[in-house]
Ligand binder design. Structure first.
Ligand SMILES: [Zn+2]
Length: 346
């Protein structure tokens, strides 16, 4: 994090303690307004009355710095509390407080929404709270597991893929990038930005309609889904690579040595499996309905390829079916691995 950014913003008002009430337009946050709180944190005109100890005990260097009275003597008092103005987003700070005081980290039979997790991750990154950062990353990983078997089935990532990329860049967390880029690939007309924004709170996919937990009303900012130019280029490169990968794979049957192994097929009057595979490949793969999606979801299409009943449809011998499926599995793994190196430069 930029050191300048981690420095708390000073209050811009006089050094007296004459202020007794919050100024008009500054909203007192009822959820996190504790009468025995001894500080007020003001952010985006939202005021939270909380306890200095609770923030200090997070181990955050940011808050340790903020509460260093020698470096940053408070210059405004309200209701006997020092007021601290900090930069950032109110929804993020509310998520942080929910993680410290509320129910967010101990939800029972309910999962936090992506909006809430995004706010918490941004908050814990910006204000340097390692425990909550780790918790948010763990919850996001649970929501969208990185395993190869799962990654192309995460349909609910579609509406958040650009946001997850923007969030990952902002919070310097690379572990979600690959699956988010892959999900963008699968969208017919994915938005490169400018989507969601303020109307997100009424989207059909909202957490409230899915029974997920929102720490406050969902309010995405337009910038939350605006990909950087470099990431738009990553998407384009990935699209090209995936299309080429699938075209090369699907246009003709594989030429694995075992398919034409004479010894393996000595009992077959119709010759080795390579001959029979040639006869059915175009219809079953090249011209198959699922192949149209090859460039958008090569991992899913490789699943389709493996699921074809080659034994009954093409009279392919059992040993060859097993070996072909193992090879196609390896191609899935290779594709997934190459994205890191060739596409995302990670
Ligand atoms: Zn065979």
């Amino acid at each position: 994090m930029d050191n300048r950014e981690s420095m708390p913003a000073r209050t811009s008002h006089g050094s007296t303690s004459s202020w007794r009430q919050l100024r008009p337009g500054q909203a007192r946050q009822e959820v996190f307004w504790f009468n025995d709180g001894n500080i007020i944190v003001r952010i985006e005109s939202r005021c939270f009355r909380v306890h200095r100890t609770v923030l200090r005990e997070t181990g955050s260097p940011y808050f340790a710095n903020l509460f260093n009275e020698v470096m940053h003597p408070p210059n405004e008092m309200v209701d006997g509390c020092c007021v601290y103005d900090i930069e950032g987003r109110g929804c993020d700070f509310a998520a942080l407080l929910d993680g410290l005081y509320g129910q967010l980290t101990c939800l029972v039979e309910q999962e936090p929404s992506f909006f809430t997790l995004a706010c918490l991750l941004r908050a814990s990154h910006r204000w340097q709270v390692p425990k909550l950062r780790a918790w948010a990353i763990q919850a996001l990983t649970r929501r969208w597991p990185p395993s190869l078997d799962q990654v192309h089935k995460q349909v609910d990532l579609s509406e958040h893929a650009t946001r997850l990329i923007v969030l990952s860049r902002e919070c310097e967390e690379k572990s979600f990038l690959k699956r988010a880029f892959y999900r963008l690939l699968s969208l017919e007309d994915f938005d490169l930005g400018h989507k969601g924004s303020t109307e997100a709170g009424t989207n059909a996919g909202d957490a409230s309609t899915r029974g997920e937990y929102d720490h406050e009303k969902v309010q995405w900012a337009p910038a939350d889904s605006e990909l950087a130019r470099e990431d738009i280029l990553h998407v384009v490169r990935l699209q090209r690579y995936a299309a080429m990968f699938w075209t090369l794979l699907a246009r003709k049957p594989p030429s694995y040595d075992f398919l034409s192994d004479r010894e393996r097929h000595s009992g077959w009057w119709s010759g080795p499996c390579s001959v029979r595979l040639d006869a059915v490949w175009h219809k079953q793969v090249t011209e198959a309905g699922f192949s149209i999606q090859g460039g958008r979801d090569p991992l899913g299409c490789l699943d389709n390829l493996r699921d074809i009943p080659w034994g009954t449809l093409g009279k392919i011998c059992e040993a060859c079916v097993t070996d072909c499926r193992a090879n196609w599995k390896r191609q899935q793994e290779a594709f997934w691995k190459i994205i890191d190196r060739e596409i995302l430069d990670t």
